[in-house]
Design a protein around this ligand. Structure first.
Ligand SMILES: Nc1ncnc2c1ncn2[C@@H]1O[C@H](COP(=O)(O)OP(=O)(O)OP(=O)(O)O)[C@@H](O)[C@H]1O
Length: 918
């Protein structure tokens, strides 16, 4: 089976996480735990990203029974091979389907018999590439086809005996680069005429490298997007001739030129026109071609010809940077098209789907900018969900959350596995078990913070894809976070650029060739981006070279804080203990995960010694545990008290945003946290994978199995309680903290009309800040990710109210906010000072925090203060941040060793640097 093994893994995605293997990729940091919390099963919200499959074998076979079907195919065209278990002549049947979704025939019964079971269990994926064709009008019974088999690298060995027969078939080379794709006619949406894609090979190479590197953070995502959109000049887009505004009475605020350009672009995209003549430019990859008898349409991406006019998608992706005013843009689109009659039986209502944390922002912006009586809206959330579809469709705008979509979607996740199948199942299922959101025929649906839909297996993604809508939009800052497959999932939700909206085609035409380093696929991706996406950043300029929005300047200050003697002593002890354990872990090759929890403790020590529990210090002072032997202990055999203890410990880890000891990712951890009987916490999917290779806890090598693992009860979503109001207030004693002293010092000298945001990752620290501000008689408020929508709205509007001499005493001057509270999307422009109390690895999270203040609506100069405990890991973290930013900046340089690391490898290097271990 030489060729199975000779293909070698080159993917950065094909990770099988385990103590000594690569982790699954990280998720975006943009909306950390916010979205995951309220939904019960987190694997549904964001199951682990799939391992990318690898080519195993390609052999020549046929498409048979062609005479019975009407699907046309050309030579070199890619086709989908889909199982048809309900076929009454052969339950193993595999259909061959062309890009228009028409069946061409079947694969031979003998081949199908060998593949069916493997396909049914999703152990392999298969694709076909036509050798024959049936475009010539002649009668065909069968046509040659090359069939390629792919599988996850981790399954290669298991599959070898199962697929040995395939090597006896006529072997052919794996699919070549997608050289047949001719996309040179694709134009970007600028008027410059430069067009897409760039033919510059160097740029293409860089792009490819960027696309296959480990991503997962905002900066990497931005760099990839910069590259993909580099040829598109958005500054010259035409303005809308008559946008909603003050003059026509629809808005109380005029939209800005960049919003007007986007509005026109969106209306054009909602009404795409197929090319009428051969000289018309292509639309969603379709061009008109001269035929012998009759002109036909040709899809230049798939080479699919057809006489029937293809269906075009209506909508696209808006990738405007933070604070560029996407909310008002979307509302303007609703107003500008209010009188347009939808086609078919689609109604007139627009559905906005957003995370709970920005629900109130939509309501507020409607209140702030839309003139009285111009737009009816309804928030479909919580108790207000007890209305019928008939009521919903009467409004212009319905605002709801992703969780409502997930809850109402008529999908059984054990049923349809992909959004595509879900879409197919739509007609059959929608009327029976669906909630009201799925019964309305929407004029338009909009996914705000739409990167949430990048996981095709998540119920909210499948649900969004199933909504019945004429037009579909996604707003997101990061359409590609981890890999281009993110974009594939968004296309499926948008049902645009068919057949690339089908996962199989996206994989065949883009993902696999990109993985092979095929520059044509990179160009196709660029062209796709040019077709469906409009992107501007805060740094984009208009025709005159001016920034799109003029913002006041921003100044950064690093404030060094000295630890008091007592804290310094404890800090040094914890540092030394961590260093020794890390050193030992490196020497013995055993897990380093326990060092991570020590890092968290060191970071807490930088805030206050009293934030660290005594039990941690006691543990640290005990000798380093040795690997234990014996049978794994099942959770069910533990006493209820011990179980409750573990749950409490896990809850504490979640509150602290601890990182998973396997993937080293705190955002993954909060999605599906679990704890072992020995008290160590991981993401569930990570530990599950570890157990496949070694039944030992990665932290202490204690024998464990799946029954030794405990998860948080699914409805364990504690509501936010103000610690100063609740019974806890009695037990909350003030602690010593040099950082709080420093913060208060500044707050006291700020001018009376200035407001301040205080960010920390540790809620327990924010509790302490609150306590101190109370003592000092300063007015403050608190924003927490666990607050319900009403409370959030109340807190934000209270804080956003400008200070006047009258309300100066009662109005909050300070807002305490968790760095990961899901504050993305919030407007907190009433503040002009920002305190970042604890630095962390990803400077992008801090940038997002600062963006709450430094955005449209900000009138004052903004000051950002970073509180850094001197001579601690905090300063080292800053150095790492700086280096990482530089790495991201040169992320497309092949020589960059670090840019090729997995997150785990990179974090391991960080640990070495932080602890001074060689
Ligand atoms: N044309 C305009 N004139 C004045 N203010 C505007 C205009 N458009 C938007 N704004 C204001 O700009 C601020 C930012 O807008 P918005 O929240 O829509 O940004 P966004 O692009 O959605 O950002 P994010 O990605 O962070 O959610 C809001 O306070 C909004 O009211």
């Amino acid at each position: 089976m030489e060729n199975f093994m000779s293909q070698g893994s080159s993917s950065h995605q094909n990770a099988q996480a385990g103590p000594s293997s690569r982790p699954a990729k990280s998720t975006p940091s943009k909306r950390p735990r916010e979205e995951s919390k309220p939904v019960k099963r987190e694997e549904d919200v964001n199951p682990p990203l799939p391992e990318m499959d690898e080519h195993l074998v390609t052999f020549r076979t046929d498409v048979v029974g062609v005479q019975y079907y009407r699907g046309l195919v050309g030579k070199g065209e890619y086709v989908i091979l889909r199982r048809e278990p309900q076929n009454k002549f052969d339950p193993n049947a595999v259909q061959v389907i062309n890009a228009s979704g028409n069946q061409v025939g079947h694969i031979p019964r003998a081949v199908a018999g060998k593949l069916a079971e493997l396909m049914d269990h999703a152990l392999i994926s298969v694709e076909g590439r036509m050798v024959g064709q049936n475009l010539d009008g002649a009668k065909h019974y069968k046509m040659g086809m090359d069939l390629s088999i792919y599988a996850k690298p981790s399954l290669k060995e298991v599959l070898q005996p199962e697929l040995a027969w395939a090597l006896n078939e006529t072997q052919v080379k794996p699919p070549p680069p997608t050289a047949h794709i001719s996309i040179s006619g694709v134009k970007g949406h600028g008027n410059s005429g430069t067009g897409l894609p760039s033919e510059d090979e160097k740029t293409m190479k860089k792009l490819l490298e960027g696309l296959t590197q480990v991503g997962g953070d905002q900066k990497h995502a931005d760099t990839v997007m910069d590259s993909l959109t580099s040829d598109i000049d958005v500054s010259k887009l035409p303005l809308h001739p008559d946008p909603p505004g003050i003059a026509n009475g629809q808005l109380s605020t005029d939209i800005l030129p960049h919003q007007s350009q986007a509005l026109k672009w969106m209306i054009d995209r909602e009404n795409p026109q197929l090319p009428q003549t051969v000289s018309d430019k292509q639309v969603q990859f379709w061009i008109k071609q001269k035929g012998n008898h009759k002109d036909y349409f040709l899809n230049v991406a798939t080479r699919t010809p057809q006489y029937d006019p293809p269906t075009l998608g209506r909508g696209g992706i808006i990738v405007d940077g933070m604070g560029l005013g996407k909310t008002l843009l979307m509302l303007s689109l609703v107003l500008a098209t209010k009188k347009d009659q939808g086609s078919g039986n689609f109604g007139n209502a627009t559905l906005i789907v957003c995370p709970l944390s920005v629900l109130s922002n939509w309501e507020k912006q409607i209140g702030d900018h839309i003139s009285q009586g111009q737009m009816t809206h309804y928030t479909y959330h919580g108790a207000s969900k007890s209305v019928t579809a008939k009521t919903l469709e009467k409004y212009d705008v319905i605002i709801t959350t992703y969780n409502a979509i997930a809850a109402e979607a008529p999908i059984d996740l054990s049923g349809p596995k992909s959004p595509m199948k879900a879409t197919q199942a739509k007609k059959a299922k929608v009327s029976t078990s669906a909630g009201p959101l799925f019964k309305v025929k929407w004029k338009r649906i909009v996914a705000d913070e739409g990167h949430i839909l990048r996981n095709p297996k998540a119920k909210m993604t499948q649900g969004f894809a199933m909504l019945q809508a004429e037009k579909r939009w996604i707003c997101t800052g990061t359409p590609i976070v981890n890999s281009p497959s993110d974009l594939g999932s968004l296309l499926t939700c948008l049902q645009i650029c068919k057949p690339l909206d089908q996962p199989e085609y996206f994989k065949t035409l883009l993902l696999r060739p990109l993985k092979r380093g095929d520059p044509v696929a990179a160009r196709l991706l660029q062209a796709l981006v040019g077709e469906v996406l409009l992107r501007r950043t805060k740094d984009s300029r208009d025709k005159q070279g001016k920034k799109l929005i003029a913002l006041p300047s921003i100044e950064y200050f690093r404030v060094g804080v000295k630890l008091d003697e007592e804290t310094r002593n404890v800090y040094d002890e914890v540092f030394e203990g961590s260093r020794q354990r890390f050193q030992q872990a490196m020497e013995t090759g055993q897990g380093t995960a326990n060092v991570l929890s020590m890092l968290t403790r060191m970071r807490q020590l930088c805030l206050s010694a009293q934030l660290v529990p005594q039990s941690f210090l006691d543990d640290l002072r005990r000798p380093i545990p040795k690997a234990s032997v014996g049978p794994a202990i099942s959770i069910s055999s533990l006493t209820p008290e011990k179980k409750e203890d573990l749950i409490a410990k896990l809850r504490h880890y979640v509150e602290e945003d601890t990182e998973c000891g396997v993937c080293y990712d705190e955002t993954e951890f909060t999605k599906r946290p679990c704890i072992t009987d020995c008290g160590h916490a991981f993401c569930y999917p990570c530990i599950e994978r570890v157990l496949l290779t070694a039944p030992l806890c990665p932290m202490d090598r204690h024998p464990i199995g799946l029954p030794s693992i405990l998860e948080l009860p699914p409805d364990e979503v504690p509501e936010y309680n103000d610690p100063l109001d609740s019974s806890q207030a009695k037990t909350l004693l003030p602690v010593k903290s040099a950082k709080i002293d420093e913060l208060v010092k500044y707050l006291k000298v700020f001018p009376g009309d200035e407001k301040t945001l205080v960010f920390s990752q540790f809620t327990s620290f924010l509790d302490q800040v609150a306590l101190r501000l109370k003592e000092e008689g300063m007015s403050w408020t608190r924003f927490d990710g666990r607050m319900n929508a009403t409370k959030r709205q109340q807190v934000i509007s209270e804080f956003q109210r400008p200070l006047t001499p009258k309300n100066a005493a009662s109005s909050p001057k300070v807002m305490l906010i968790s760095l990961k509270s899901g504050a993305v999307g919030l407007n907190l422009t009433a503040a002009s000072n920002v305190f970042l109390c604890d630095p962390w690895w990803q400077s992008a999270i801090e940038a997002q925090a600062i963006d709450r203040v430094h955005r449209m609506g900000q009138k004052k100069e903004v000051r950002v203060f970073q509180l850094i405990a001197e001579d601690t890991i905090e300063s080292a973290v800053l150095d790492i941040q700086k280096r990482k930013d530089a790495v991201v900046a040169k992320a497309f340089e092949k020589s960059s060793k670090e840019s090729k690391m997995t997150k785990k490898e990179a974090r391991f290097e960080d640990l070495k640097e932080l602890l001074g271990v060689k």
